[in-house]
Design a binder for this molecule. Structure first.
Ligand code: FAD
Length: 496
């Protein structure tokens, strides 16, 4: 029986796991979080995707309170600057585009009309992207089901350290215990499972199930169990980042900005009290000094700290669940934050653990399925990230030349070829990013279909043109009535 769950690590991963487990299985199991103040947390992770709202909802967290506690702002998507070529600018907005006509997705009609010069960019048909461009925000108007205002889809920019602190309060209120101190060793059972962790003061903490949330160290999953790591740095060569907060700029943007740089890219994320910035780069193609100088010379306001260097490698553990250890967060692997997927991967790992919860002991079939699903999820996200680097015409630096010409995974190659043939986008079973997510990035990076979907011809072109025109004009009117993002955030702050 699983009676004692020990979560090692108290960063975003540790406290998200503790919050969800204490809420769902806390009445049956004792939950303890062990964290070291001296080691601290990675201290970055500000941009999220809409699924985080579901996580908070399941916990019963009040969203306005969450926004105040984490100094959050709202996020409608990500802007990509200079990716397909220098001078390009597109967004990956959350949410849908138009309404589907007959049997086909909206975007199939748009692809044909756009290719023939009869429709503007896809952005005109997205309430999220149009609102983001005007720095507007409101929550979806669910009482207006036929309006694009009901389809606004959002996430947050948060201070992840404050989120962890907030979830700690939540978890402790739901019965989770906390031990402060450094884990220095583990005691293994004869079957190779972990029996206990050993603290610096000699105390042993025994458990039935261990959640490894120790960050890049992978203290249990790797150092103790030697699970192994699958390296993806040949596809995602960025391996370092400088991060620095600065004073707020003039505009509180409701989106993350990702600007391509000579050997990587730079993020800009506005919170209530500061702007988070970081420069992700490949150490094979750029020195630390040059990377820091690019970052520090392109801030919107005065820096609030010295830039902090973080080192990482893209890839994943060969198994995220090995024996009685489940790796959650950075200990399970890492992909750069280009599409803000890390905090989401924590959430989905915790949800999956709850689905396969071993209440009566470990069952290898459940563990294998957990690992299969985890692999599928991260491999599809990996492909999506590689797309941003590979589908480019940039050849202005050795880094971009490498990315443009590198071999890519077969799964991504198939997706790109299908799109380039007929504009078809196949979403494999339950993968994270939707068809319109892939569309926005493939189109934004400059890929073009050679032909359009044959069924598009079934509707008279004048009807399609009128529908496209009406959709974009309704969206424009909706954006006009939305409040400014900064005003909306101020109202939430004032309501507290
Ligand atoms: P950590 O924050 O490193 O926490 C590890 C915990 O383990 C700490 O509490 C530490 O004290 C404890 N610990 C470690 N060793 C021991 C020990 N021996 N004894 C006791 N305790 C120990 N994600 C997003 O979703 N969006 C983003 O925009 C984003 N940006 C990022 C930018 C960069 C450059 C990087 C590197 C990551 C980014 N991430 C982002 C990922 C995000 O930071 C992490 O997913 C998230 O913070 C979770 O980290 P963690 O809890 O797994 O690890």
């Amino acid at each position: 029986m699983m009676k004692n769950i020990v979560i090692v690590g108290g960063g975003t991963a540790g406290w998200m796991a503790a919050a969800a487990l204490s809420k769902v299985v806390g009445s049956k199991c004792a939950i303890r979080v062990v964290e070291s103040d001296e080691i601290g947390t990675v201290g970055v992770g500000e941009s999220t995707i809409p699924m985080i709202r579901r996580f908070n909802e399941v916990l019963g967290i009040n969203e306005d309170e969450f926004v105040r506690e984490t100094r959050a702002t709202f996020k409608l998507g990500i802007e990509f600057v200079d990716w397909g070529k220098i001078g390009d600018n597109y967004m990956h907005g959350f949410g849908n585009f138009g309404r589907n006509l007959e049997t086909l997705d909206f975007y199939q009609y748009w692809l044909k009309m756009h290719a023939e010069g009869k429709a503007p960019d896809i952005e005109a048909y997205s309430i999220n992207r149009m609102a983001a461009r005007s720095s507007k925000f409101m929550r979806p108007a669910l009482d207006m089901p036929n309006s694009p205002l009901s389809e606004i889809t959002y996430a947050f920019h948060i201070d992840a350290g404050l989120y962890a602190r907030y979830l700690r309060k939540f978890s402790e209120a739901h019965g989770a215990a906390r031990t402060e101190g450094k884990v220095v060793d583990t005691v293994l059972r004869a079957d190779g499972c972990i029996a206990a962790i050993v603290m610096e003061n000699g105390e042993q903490i025994a458990g039935d199930l261990f959640i490894d949330c120790t960050g890049f160290r992978g203290l249990l999953i790797e150092q103790a169990l030697k699970t192994g790591f699958e390296d993806w740095t040949h596809w995602l060569p960025c391996d370092r980042a400088y991060a620095v907060p600065c004073e707020l700029g003039p505009d509180l943007l409701p989106y993350t900005r990702a600007t391509a740089r000579p050997a990587g890219w730079q993020w800009r994320i506005g919170l209530q009290h500061r702007t988070g910035n970081g420069h992700v780069f490949s150490s094979k193609f750029m020195s630390d000094d040059e990377a820091a100088s690019i970052l520090m010379s392109s801030l919107d306001g005065a820096a609030l700290a010295e830039p902090k260097l973080l080192r990482f490698a893209a890839g994943k553990r060969k198994k995220t669940w090995n024996k009685n250890v489940v790796a959650v967060g950075l200990s399970s692997g890492f992909m750069e934050p280009l599409e803000s997927t890390s905090i989401h991967l924590i959430q989905s790992a915790v949800a999956r653990l709850i689905t396969f919860f071993p209440d009566e002991g470990l069952d290898q079939a459940d563990i294998d399925e957990f690992n299969r699903q985890s692999d599928f999820e991260v491999e599809r996200i990996r492909d999506f990230l590689i797309l941003h680097y590979h589908a480019t015409t940039r050849n202005d630096t050795p880094f971009w030349d490498y990315c443009r010409t590198m071999e890519i995974p077969e799964t991504l190659r198939r997706k790109m070829e299908l799109y380039q043939a007929h504009g078809r986008i196949i979403r494999d079973n339950n993968e994270l990013f939707s068809e319109v997510g892939w569309l926005q990035v493939m189109h934004g990076q400059g890929l073009k279909p050679r032909r359009h979907h044959p069924l598009v011809e079934l509707i008279d072109e004048r009807e399609v043109a009128a529908y496209l025109e009406e959709t974009s004009s309704v969206i424009k009117k909706c954006v006009n009535v939305m409040p400014a993002h900064a005003e909306f955030v101020d109202a939430v702050k004032a309501a507290g």
